[in-house]
Design a protein. Structure first.
Length: 334
């Protein structure tokens, strides 16, 4: 294994699911075990949201398969570091051990295209890419969990409550999954939303301090904040806990209702469930499911009404079928 890859990858052992120092004295991997490498988005672990839920899925999977697979994880500090991990793995000579590289963020899609232009997969290597439609036809399997339907319900709910000036906060303008969420919210709410971006790239997902300070300004101009920005959302929730002037909010990726009373509901992605099902399918068959988009009603996404707003549950139930149809029409139009 190249030294650069060796120094970057972290072995998942027992319940140790947090980054640790690596060593040049890396133990040999048993030939009888398959190998899975999971590459998280830059700085993603610890976001109390999407990436941490992926980690939960990996942990659940490993409990079922611990004797048959070696799992490695890496959470780089930048896309360039992630590229080095993927490029080194792709360049490894074939040794016959089945290996799956899980790219857990669409942020890496451009760099993957560059790597595939230089190297090809060997017969024992496979790649699973999250949240991508693979428009460049790379030799990878993909899946998307659409947030359009749950976000549509969120937008319609905000409109029903009589709110007039919702703010949509997105990590960046280039990430298609969060753009889909914004489109769903706009479609549900109608005219009158404002959209802003925290950054031009992945750094928009790690800007919690910035969002905390921006909230005093946003609170003056907006009565609702719909933020799809990973770890940056924690700054918004913190402000809402500490300041009475905070607008109402949506939680994102997991049920965030315990983090602030202003959260009326959360757009849920059951990415942990998808992880277990995809990795288990690969372990059992050596193949990955066909690439597809999972929408509202698949069991992978939902709008979860916060316990403090039980009156909104009836609103949700009355909108589910409408949201499913709107989501279907949206993806068919792309």
């Amino acid at each position: 294994m190249p030294a650069s890859l060796k120094s970057l990858i972290i072995i998942l052992i027992a319940a140790a699911f947090f980054p640790a120092c690596s060593s040049d004295d890396e133990p040999a991997l048993p030939d009888s075990k398959k190998q899975i490498i999971v590459l998280f988005s830059p700085g993603g672990l610890g976001d109390m949201s999407y990436n941490d839920r992926i980690l939960q899925g990996v942990q659940s999977f490993r409990k079922q398969w611990r004797d048959k697979v070696d799992i490695y994880i890496y959470c780089p500090g930048s896309v360039d570091e992630g590229k080095r991990v993927f490029a080194d793995w792709l360049a490894l000579p074939g040794d016959g051990v089945p290996a799956l590289f899980v790219v857990a963020s669409s942020d890496y899609e451009p760099m993957m295209q560059e790597c595939f232009a230089k190297d090809s997969l060997t017969g024992h290597q496979q790649v699973l890419l999250f949240e991508s439609n693979n428009s460049q036809h790379m030799p990878v399997s993909t899946f998307q969990i659409s947030m359009f339907g749950p976000s549509y319900i969120a937008g319609r709910t905000v409109a029903v409550r009589g709110l007039k000036a919702p703010l949509i906060v997105l990590a960046n303008p280039s990430d298609s999954p969060i753009r889909t969420a914004a489109d769903g919210f706009r479609a549900g709410f109608g005219e009158g939303t404002t959209t802003l971006y925290l950054a031009d790239d992945w750094k928009g997902y790690v800007a919690a301090t910035e969002t905390y300070h921006k909230m005093s300004e946003w609170s003056r101009d907006h009565d609702f904040v719909f933020s799809v920005a990973g770890g940056s959302n924690s700054g918004i929730y913190r402000y809402a806990r500490e300041n009475a002037d905070a607008p109402l909010l949506a939680g994102m990726d997991v049920d965030q209702s315990s983090l602030a009373s202003a959260i009326i509901g959360s757009v849920i992605k059951n990415i942990d469930k998808a992880i277990v099902e995809y990795l288990s399918a690969w372990m059992e068959t050596g193949k990955l499911p066909a690439s597809q988009v999972y929408g509202l009603g698949s069991g992978y996404s939902d709008w979860c009404v916060a316990p403090g707003y039980p009156m909104l549950e009836d609103v949700k139930q009355g909108l589910i079928q409408e949201a499913i149809q709107k989501e279907k029409e949206y993806h068919e139009s792309l």
